[in-house]
Structures are given as C-alpha cells and as structure tokens.
Design a protein around this ligand. Structure first.
Ligand SMILES: [Zn+2]
Length: 230
C-alpha cells in the first residue's frame, strides 16, 4: 500500500541527499518516479544537495495542482510509482492535501522532504499540513550541529551578519546582496537560538576583553557586560 512519508529535519541535515538516494534506490528496483522541488538553492528545475550531487526536477509553483498533474500524466500513459517532493515546507496546504489524495486514490508513494520550522521557530504551513496528514513522519538521522557541538534544532536567519527573528517567512538565503541586505541561515541549538548567539556573535564575544570571563552557559539574554569587582 502506498504511503505519504514526511522526512523532516533542520537545514544541513542531508534531506536533499537522502531524496536523491531514495530516487536512486527506487529506480534501481525498476520503479518510476517524478522529482519535484521548489526554490532549490541551485535554481529552478533542479534538486541539489550540499554534497554536490544534483538532478533535474519539476519546479512547484503556487498554482501547481499535483492531483491534476499526476492524473494527466497517468492518463497520457506515463507510469508513476512514486513522487519525491523536496523543499516541501514551501508547498501550500492545498498541495499537501493533493499529495495525500494521490497516495490514497492512485496508490502512488509520496516521499516528502522538508524543514519543519522557519527562522522564528514556527512551523511552515506546508510542513504543518504534512505532519498532520502523513502516514509517517521521520526525523532524519544525520544531525546538523550547532557551532557549540550540540544538536542543532533551529534555523536562524542572519541579515547582514546579525541574527533576526522577525520578517517574511520565506527568504531564500545567499541572494541579492544590496537592496535587501545579505540573508544567510545558520543552524543553532535551542539555547543558542534563544540567546541569539550565532557562531559570529560567539566569536566576537570570545575576542572581546569586556566579556572574556563570561560563561556562555550561564549568561542571561541579553548578555550583561561583566563588571570588574573593586
Ligand atoms: Zn549551541
């Protein structure tokens, strides 16, 4: 019986690499699939992984109706055993519901890959709907690590070098320096997310003589400057 599976994790946890591996494994068994993605870091119509592998993919626009798309292809005689859906956090709730319907009514496996929460630690609508509807939610085994070495569970947004917790939900990183500023992302453990302590901020704190003695693990937020006792 077909399944809707949501593979979730933070950024940098190897989701896209697993998506490519999954496609390879099923293809090697003679199964036929389609690969979808949305706003991949490498551009449109491509699914890329940080390890350097990539493959062609169908770009998911907001107006794409998965049900119509897959029914149309099947009606035209194309065999489809499974769908790989990367960057699924960016899909609309309607699209996630269409994917569930494809699983149930067409017996096509859907393997969705995505990050659960945005830079504010709030669920993306697409991920929320997937968690609600999936037969299985699988948290990826390869853990992304915070600069401190702990397991990273959050995705921080860094705007021009400074961590921000407000703004539009979707801003793809490493783009358009200039007018909107340089947007980057960094995975952090919860405690360093809560303290707005990115690797850059930690390094700055470590080399500043004012805060040298202060212990990262006991400092409140915002960090108070250490004053010398007389
Ligand atoms: Zn940390």
């Amino acid at each position: 019986m077909a399944e809707l599976v949501f593979f979730s994790g933070t950024m940098d946890c190897g989701k896209s690499t697993l998506a490519l591996q999954m496609d390879h494994n099923h293809g090697a068994r003679g199964r036929v699939g389609l690969i979808f993605t949305k706003m991949d870091r490498a551009g449109t119509n491509v699914l890329s992984s940080r390890l350097g592998l990539s493959t062609g993919a169908l770009e998911v626009g907001d107006d794409l109706d998965f049900w119509e798309e897959i029914v149309g292809r099947a009606t035209a005689g194309t065999r489809i055993d499974y769908l790989i859906c990367d960057e699924a956090q960016f899909y609309t709730c309607d699209q996630v519901e269409q994917l569930a319907r494809i699983v149930d009514e067409m017996d096509v496996d859907v393997f969705a890959f995505g990050i659960t929460a945005d830079f504010r630690t709030e669920l993306f609508p697409g991920s929320k709907r997937l968690i609600e509807l999936a037969d299985r939610v699988q948290v990826l085994q390869v853990e992304a690590l915070c600069w401190c070495g702990r397991r990273a569970t959050t995705n921080a947004r860094v705007l021009d070098g400074v961590m921000v917790v407000e703004g539009e939900q979707v801003v793809v990183g490493d783009t358009k320096p200039g007018t909107t500023g340089l947007v980057e992302y960094e995975v952090l453990c919860r405690r360093h997310y809560m303290r707005r302590m990115t690797s850059h901020a930690a390094k700055a704190a470590a080399i500043s003589p004012e805060v040298l003695p202060f212990d990262l693990d006991v400092c409140p937020l915002p960090p108070l400057p250490i004053t010398q006792a007389d």
